[in-house]
Write a protein that binds this ligand. Structure first.
Ligand SMILES: O=P(O)(O)OC[C@H]1O[C@H](OP(=O)(O)OP(=O)(O)O)[C@H](O)[C@@H]1O
Length: 213
């Protein structure tokens, strides 16, 4: 995906296929705010209204060159596992955050010889209704928390909401998150509730286009 027009086109395509804006945000690796903006800009939104040309401040991370090739995915998983390798001795569970975090977690779990679990965050239910309070869930097809220490894996951190929700969901299940790892962190988060966060890439905005109002 090369530019904003490609993103707008993809957002329109996904919206026409019936995906919620939360799912579109997931598919395109952008924030929900950006997904809303892209859909509205494409004209496929249900509420045509004035759309500012500048758009929200977000950075799209396209890692499809890694994700579409299992060999590359394996190597990137090894690198992520290496970031975790100095954490915790007895960790035998890796939780991947759906969707994009799941294949990454699979390679990390294999490299670190842990069980594999997945968490579907509540954002997957999200659309325009801000009152939505759907909970996330752990898949029964994979390993369960069972009071264990675990690692948490995702592809990106944008606001940090998804990672925070996942850490808290694990704790509510009696688990003990030891460390989190992502490909790219757009926030530069060092820890979530005291759980360290590692990232292969830190995406740091230099300067600001925002004028003081
Ligand atoms: O820090 P946050 O603002 O919560 O955003 C980060 C989340 O957004 C992305 O998921 P996305 O919904 O784009 O797609 P996915 O379901 O394919 O992982 C990414 O995979 C993280 O899970």
């Amino acid at each position: 995906m090369k530019n904003i027009d490609d993103l707008v086109e993809s957002a329109a395509d996904l919206a026409e296929r019936g995906l919620s804006k939360g799912e579109i945000a997931d598919e395109l690796n952008v924030s929900r705010e950006t997904a809303s903006w892209l859909v509205e800009r494409s004209g496929t939104g249900t509420t045509p209204k004035e759309v500012p040309q500048s758009g929200p401040h977000d950075i799209h991370v396209d890692w499809s060159a890694l994700g579409r090739d299992s060999n590359r995915l394996h190597h990137i998983g090894c690198a992520m596992a290496d970031l975790l390798s100095k954490q915790g001795e007895g960790v035998d569970l890796t939780i991947g955050i759906e969707k994009a975090g799941a294949p990454l977690a699979t390679t990390v779990a294999r490299e670190l010889d842990t069980d594999l679990g997945t968490y579907a965050p509540s954002k997957h239910q999200w659309d325009d209704d801000e009152s939505d309070t759907s909970d996330g869930s752990f898949s029964r097809n994979f390993a369960q928390i069972r009071d264990r220490d675990c690692y948490v894996v995702d592809d990106t951190i944008t606001s940090g909401n998804t990672m925070t929700e996942t850490v808290e969901a694990i704790q509510q299940q009696g688990g003990n998150p030891i460390a989190c790892v992502v490909l790219a962190d757009k926030r530069g988060i060092e820890d979530i509730n005291g759980v360290p966060v590692y990232s292969l890439l830190q995406v740091i905005r230099v300067g600001s286009e925002q004028s003081s109002a």
